[in-house]
Design a protein. Structure first.
Lengths: 181, 778
């Protein structure tokens, strides 16, 4: 049984219809944000992004290009920053997955999330979950990055609204806060 | 004037409430957008939902001999397949002209034109069903050259010339001591918003449909969908769902009719979600253009006359082309005094992808041309290019080449001086190699890198022009909340697309009513139209509607208080009873009630419609008071160029921008930085590449937009001169950053290389193959 809310069954009809796609998976279990989630049998070709969004009710990871260019679907896979669109869901069995929904406790925001809101780093917000994940990844690895290191770290995350200015400011704020300054 | 560091605030006008007009109030949707709980249209889901998918033409021009959907229909999991024969109402839609078929019927006119749509239980099944639809095309020679299109055989019953706008101003035979001439070209830019087109249509039991959609203007979508479905508008209800950016690309209908048709056909909820590739094919782009200019000036540097011929490629269907060419033509002289003008603007139909609205809307194309000319003129006169601009800068009381006298603010000189005042970045010598052109590729030799500085100024109109009845509707409800505190609720159909209108609406209410807590109802078509979130107009228009609704609420409340407490409010005495800082106060008496006391358990709700001052159409000579107000910005760009490899790094863009008044300085800064990013993109990387009528780079792998490493430092100064007649004096800020930033970057590259560079985006070969070859870097 899944203990993650959301559309537990595939938003789809007869299993034989899916079978027509070829390569039907058996049901399997993913560990997402510290909880185990059962994924019912489905098409084997489903990406981790698809399964998170459409089968486990976790749409926070976004689908802007689905070929690993834009970073909107960034998640942690065993602590590694990956694009969920480029990972087969079935390959993520036995890995610990953390999505934007799992960065802070219920009704809480992480320091990075707070800073994005307070610094004006959010406009349309579509790229935001991926950027928040990428900034967590950077600052956890490197608490005192240079401006260039920040720009490099988020250069795999496309944003079309902000020109990155307020995002860079949000990162500066967290870096200072974490340094206790 | 204020430097925009992101922390500046305007002193609050009224003491008690925080987060009012002038504060950098935080977005109400900020927290849900950072924790992933904000519902974008692509996140929607319904029980028993099907997935829709569009089949598109692989050809730019072809006759359709037949469409056979039987094989697709038989695929297990496919629930419906629809074609042109299944459209029950108007076969065509369109923003200004209903000239675009819902599905191509007899001919296809561009690569990507929809031919059929499928609903299936899984998107992969829907995709395979589209592949199984057999369309027999007879390919035709596509009409691709916009110049040739003017006289070519029409590719559409409405003809090829969508609009020819002719401007004749002053003495058309006037001449100057010095003339400069040039032809300039712009490629096709894509809005490239992050959230792809998506929507969820849910049929009701009475033959109608609810559509949850990301769009810029709910009501024009509704009207087009209803017409194509053959339904009265009441049976088509639209609700805005989370919009992942727009920039003009969501002004036109994309999947709206298709998804509703599939929902009505199947009787089940249907969701459509474009892939990135389909998004590139499925929405309009910025018009590519070719602009010929000749400028005349006196030997002292006073502008005498501009001659221009502007040809924009509108692609296969009209979209908003007629308004885009109006802007390109009306603003063809730039923000300069120009006593005489001869301008011919054409926007034409070709078999290229349809073009329409994108941030800057015609003003971008013209600016690229006239600013190159201003630099040429400065060189011919032997004067500093910035001084030439200052000498000719428009000011209030001057007239445009359309004969319209500027009655509002026009701080052209101020924005130029503000942009120029920012310190230049340090010399390239000390820079780490990764910051040279070529970046982490480390391809640049320091000795080959040349620094350049360029300047450009641009302007455009705010809101709709040429006599369009431009209005916005909003309602405000004031009541006692469950906690005993007053709470205001705002309802409007205005589309929040990322720009921060939701924040501004709250700020307006806080300032007007003195209420801290302001709730925003979802935008939908159950209230009157708010107009589009475009033309930098919503802060003014919906801001004005919300302000007017607040004033109506206050009036109702004060009349109620007057009646209940025997206060005389007839005639001039009405001014003595006021709502201020959340209190109802009688200036002459002891009466002082909190809003909750004044409400006395009965909510007050008012709907207001706001209109800006009327505009007029242009006459046959292109003369008339066609625009309500103008916004100006200047940009100074600094670039390093590796001439050997033709690589460019944009180091800094400094700007002065006319904002009227900054309602939310942090949000204004975000608009400026984001708009400059799009301008930089058009200058050095962004183009939808066409090959014989086919789009060759419909992906983020091949269509490049600036990353954090590409984006220069932005130094911005907000020039605040409140605009008379505008709510709070605010002008709208979204578009000016995009108008002249492109031209400034190109001017900087010209300065670094000495090349003429007549086309954007600049490609490496324009520099590398031109340098030393005697060519001019086309």
């Amino acid at each position: 049984m899944s203990d993650v809310d959301g559309p537990a069954d595939p938003p789809s009809g007869p299993a034989d219809a899916l079978g027509a796609l070829g390569g039907e998976s058996e049901s399997y279990t993913l560990t997402v944000n510290g909880r185990s989630a059962s994924v019912p049998a489905g098409w084997l070709g489903e990406s981790l992004l698809w399964v998170l969004r459409e089968r486990l009710g976790l749409p926070g990871s976004k689908n802007a290009c689905e070929e690993g260019e834009c970073g909107s679907c960034s998640v942690f896979l065993d602590g590694l920053l990956v694009c969920a669109c480029c990972v087969l869901a079935a390959d993520a069995v036995d890995a610990g997955i953390v999505t934007v929904e799992g960065l802070a406790g219920e009704d809480e925001l992480s320091d990075v999330q707070h800073s994005f809101v307070d610094s004006g780093a959010v406009q349309c917000g579509f790229c935001t979950p991926g950027l928040v994940i990428a900034v967590h990844d950077l600052l956890d690895r490197n608490p005192d990055p240079t401006e260039l290191e920040v720009r490099e770290a988020i250069s795999g995350n496309l944003c079309r609204c902000t020109g990155y200015g307020r995002i860079l400011e949000a990162v500066r704020v967290v870096r200072r806060e974490r340094a206790g300054a | 004037m204020r430097s925009s560091t992101g922390t500046g605030t305007v002193p609050r006008e009224r003491g008690r409430v925080t987060g009012g007009v002038g504060d950098s109030a935080r977005r109400p949707d900020g927290a849900p957008k950072v924790d992933g709980s904000f519902a974008f249209s692509s996140d929607l889901w319904a029980d028993d939902m099907l997935w829709g998918r569009t089949l598109r033409s692989p050809h730019p021009s072809a006759r359709i001999r037949s469409v056979d959907v039987e094989r697709a229909r038989r695929i297990d999991g496919v629930v419906a397949v629809v074609t042109a024969d299944d459209v029950p109402g108007s076969p065509c839609f369109g923003l200004e002209h209903r000239d675009q078929p819902v599905f191509a019927h007899d001919v296809v006119r561009f690569h990507g034109e929809p031919v059929a749509a499928v609903a299936a239980v899984h998107p992969e099944i829907a995709a395979r069903a589209c592949e199984a639809i057999e369309v027999d095309y007879a390919e035709l020679d596509p009409l691709l050259d916009p110049e040739a299109a003017i006289d070519a055989d029409p590719i559409h019953p409405d003809g090829n010339v969508v609009r020819h706008l002719r401007i004749r101003h002053g003495d058309v035979d006037a001449g100057g001591d010095v003339t400069v001439e040039g032809t300039y070209e712009l490629g096709m830019q894509d809005q490239a918003f992050m959230g792809p087109e998506s929507g969820l249509a849910i049929p009701d039991d009475a033959g109608g449909v609810d559509l949850y959609i990301s769009t810029q203007w709910l009501h024009v979508d509704r009207d087009q969908v209803a017409a194509c479905l053959g339904l009265p508008t009441e049976q088509v209800r639209l609700t805005l769902s989370g919009v992942g950016g727009a920039f003009g690309a969501r002004e036109d209908v994309s999947l709206q009719v298709h998804v509703c048709l599939l929902a009505l056909r199947t009787g089940r909820p249907v969701k459509m979600l474009y892939s990135r590739e389909e998004s590139f094919l499925g929405h309009v782009h910025r018009h590519p253009g070719r602009l010929w200019y000749r400028h005349h000036a006196t030997a002292d540097g006073d502008l005498v006359k501009v001659e221009a011929r502007i040809v924009l490629d509108g692609g296969a269907y009209a979209s908003s082309s007629s308004a885009v060419i109006a802007n390109a033509s009306c603003f063809a002289a730039g923000p300069y005094r120009m006593p005489n003008a001869t301008v011919d603007g054409y926007v034409v139909r070709t078999n290229n992808p349809p073009c329409g609205a994108m941030r800057g809307f015609g003003a971008v194309q013209a600016c690229f041309g006239y600013e190159a000319q201003m630099d040429k003129l400065a060189a011919a006169l032997g004067v500093d290019p910035v001084e030439l601009r200052l000498r000719n800068a428009l000011a209030p009381g001057d007239s445009l080449i359309t004969g319209q006298v500027i009655r509002g603010t026009a701080p052209v000189r101020e924005v130029i001086e503000a942009a120029r005042a920012h310190p230049l970045p340090p010399d390239p010598d000390g820079r780490p190699e990764v910051l040279l052109p070529g970046g982490t590729g480390l391809t640049a030799s320091r000795g080959d890198v040349r620094r350049g500085v360029g300047f450009a100024v641009g302007f455009k109109n705010v809101a709709y022009s040429e006599g369009f009845d431009d209005y916005a509707t909003a309602s405000v409800r004031l009541e006692e909340g469950v906690d005993g505190e007053p709470v205001a609720t705002v309802h409007s159909a205005a589309a929040e697309v990322g720009q921060g209108l939701v924040t501004l609406a709250q700020q307006v209410v806080r300032t007007e009513l003195g209420v801290e807590r302001v709730i925003l109802r979802p935008a939908d078509t159950s209230i009157g139209s708010a107009g589009s979130s475009s033309a930098s107009r919503q802060a003014w228009m919906t801001g004005g509607a919300v302000q007017a609704a607040c004033n109506a609420v206050k009036e109702t409340l004060l009349r109620r208080v007057a009646g209940a407490h025997g206060v005389d409010v007839e005639g001039a005495r009405r001014q003595l009873l006021v709502v201020r800082d959340g209190w109802v106060t009688h200036v002459e008496g002891d009466l002082r009630l909190s809003l909750v006391e004044a409400l006395d358990g009965r909510p007050v709700e008012q709907v207001s419609v706001y209109r800006h001052a009327p505009t007029t159409p242009l006459d046959p000579d292109g003369q008339g008071d066609a625009h309500v107000a103008f916004v100006f910005a200047a940009h100074r760009a600094v670039v390093d160029v590796d001439q050997e490899l033709g690589l460019i790094r944009v180091l800094q863009v400094a700007t002065g921008q006319d904002v009227g008044r900054a309602l939310n300085p942090v949000q204004v800064t975000g608009q400026i930085e984001g708009g400059i990013a799009q301008g930089v993109g058009l200058a050095v990387m962004e183009e939808v590449v066409m090959d014989d009528g086919r789009v060759r780079n419909a992906s983020f792998v091949d269509y490049l937009i600036p990353t954090a490493l590409d984006m220069p430092e932005v130094a911005a100064t907000l020039v605040e001169q409140p605009e008379p007649g505008a709510p709070f004096g605010a002008k709208g800020v979204g578009e000016p950053p995009t108008i002249s930033s492109t031209a400034a970057v190109v001017a900087a590259v010209r300065d670094a290389t000495g090349l003429e560079l007549r086309r954007v985006p600049i490609r490496p070969e324009h520099i590398a193959l031109a340098a030393g070859s005697g060519a001019d870097g086309t």
